[in-house]
Ligand binder design. Sequence first.
Ligand SMILES: Cc1cc2nc3c(=O)[nH]c(=O)nc-3n(C[C@H](O)[C@H](O)[C@H](O)COP(=O)(O)OP(=O)(O)OC[C@H]3O[C@@H](n4cnc5c(N)ncnc54)[C@H](O)[C@@H]3O)c2cc1C
Length: 689
Amino acid sequence: MATGSAAGEESSAAARRLHRLSLHLLQPAPAPADRHQQPLALAACARRVEGGADVAAALAAYLRGRHRAAQMRLFDFFRARPDLQTPVELPTAAHRELCYRQLRALVREAGVRPLTLMATDPAEYFAVMEAAGGADISLGVKLGVQYSLWGGSVINLGTKKHRDKYFDGIDNLDYPGCFAMTELHHGSNVQALQTTATFDPVTDEFIINTPNDGAIKWWIGNAALHGKFATVFARLILPLQGKGGEAADMGIHAFIVPIRDLETHAVLPGIEINDCGHKIGLNGVDNGALRFRSVRIPRDNLLNRFGDVSRDGKYTSSLPTINKRFAATLGELVGGRVGIAYCSVGVLKVAVTIAVRYALLRHQFGPPKQPEISVLDYQSHQHKLMPMLASSYAFHFATVQLVDKYSEMKKTNDEDLIADVHVLSSGLKAYITSYTAKSISVCREACGGHGYAAVNRFGALRNDHDIFQTFEGDNTVLLQQVAGDLLKQYQEKFKGGTLSVTWNYLRDSMSTYLSQPNPVTARWEGEDHLRDPNFQLDAFRYRTSRLLHSVAARLQKHSKTLGGFGAWNRCLNHLLTLAESHIESVILAKFIDSVKSCPDEKSRDVLKLVCDLYALDRIWQDIGTYRNVDYVAPNKAKAIHKLTDYLSYQVRLVARELVDAFDLPDLIIRAPIGMQSEAYAQYTQYVGF
Ligand SMILES: Cc1cc2nc3c(=O)[nH]c(=O)nc-3n(C[C@H](O)[C@H](O)[C@H](O)COP(=O)(O)OP(=O)(O)OC[C@H]3O[C@@H](n4cnc5c(N)ncnc54)[C@H](O)[C@@H]3O)c2cc1C
């Protein structure tokens, strides 16, 4: 006889079995087995889907967003000014000069006021920055240095007196400036910077000093040639105010330091500037190195939003600790990161557009006695390019959401939103720029030998974009911030606290995700099931939850013997995978929402196809993880693989429409092989025929 509680357990076990059985019986029907057998010739014939142009137009309208008009004005301006268009070959000095002329023309002739936009409508500011980067990535970065970094530091870290004094000059380019944070010995580890700003109570000034060669400010954009000011990050030192009458180090603060004479442009006394020289890419930007020898600046030049020094040398701050002030200071600089993520998607779209158009145009081999087929009809080519095209769409929606959140954050100063944007911008910047950097090389290879011609752009795109992975926060370091935040949220959850918006899924379903995978659903392989957004999102979130749970346990175990730092390092690869997994979940969730919100039915169907490819390709890429824990049984893994290939084929049929919907004018594409029409003719003409 079973006891009462054992009987209860038995009956609930029976109920679970029954539930699994019912799931099994309700399993969606498998996809028809023969649909992969479609002849290649059929694919080759399917040049345009019926009504394809309408779909492209409707999709373009959906993607375009509110700020397309501002971008079009910028494109029109450059189209009318061939003297401002960047040629394929250009020596460094000429490129720098041209880049500065381009920026001045945008501001002074086209009347764009980037700092005003940044302060009033950040989304339009990012749209302008992306469009400028489309004309020349160096221009986008030069604009970013002047406005996101130099301008952004003044308006976000300073107070009214700074805005009153500098805003207009920065906006109209009378005050070109720099953002001088990185030093020769320290880039990522900003808290270890060594430049000092010592307060002199006698003269009411700060003395900016480079104490050793390791503290020389390095890589500073706009410094080698054009900058007249720099926001210099330095340790604020108050003499006699530390313990025992020693100097007190108040941590890293930002100071406005004039570096060149406003009239003569001569470098000011006490400042030494050298040129960082020719770079792998971005040679339109003049990066320089700065050394300060006891340079005096007025006390007012301290950007004092988070910490101030009074006339009698007393330090005040609304924030209690150095760490809090440091976090607040860096937190104000997320705008740069948002811009980089957004522009990286722009670069990816250009690369994918060139590669897809060329793949449609290029015909190589074919069945006996039949015409050659387009290289995009090869399964291998679809495998290279279609998931990438799907990712471009996924990243588009994710970064538009990021920009919207950033704009909202600027308006409301809502604390939850600030935390959310901080982590989301780190994660998306890291994830997207790494993806784009790899993809550009794939696109180059997918275009064969002609992909290697400089005029077809991949070399410049790759070289100019490569550093996006490093500046505005090194990607490996940024992903650790995402992982750190996830762990913090995880601990909060177990303490019963609240979670920020992007992390909500952990609260809702952590326990579901941490239970054993269901052996019945693990075998489901029907197309309806695999294309169900609930299955896809669950799979992404399951992986993140498992990674989070397991890394938390490992950290706890290792910290006993290795300490916090050692344990973190021991688990570092695990932590990076966790961060990427979380960001992929966020991207997919937004993509699914964007499919649902698409007002045009045909476009919605196309987007659903693209979204399914994005989701299933990612699951397939990480199938080992899912198999290891039996979340996916062997038959299901096989079905996912087959369906991914099939979806790549389906997306290929609308690939032209999908890249056309990016709506990138020829002025931005520029590569002859990526033109919408007469690509070969434009290419031969370029070479001189
Ligand atoms: C073209 C260009 C323009 C720039 N413009 C500016 C500018 O205008 N102003 C400015 O202040 N700076 C600028 N920088 C500097 C840039 O911001 C830094 O290079 C960047 O922050 C990375 O710092 P780092 O070079 O010291 O790299 P490091 O931090 O030394 O990184 C080196 C390697 O170590 C790894 N690493 C570092 N820390 C960790 C860790 N904790 N865990 C695991 N791996 C780690 C990194 O992933 C990387 O692979 C620019 C740089 C370049 C190249």
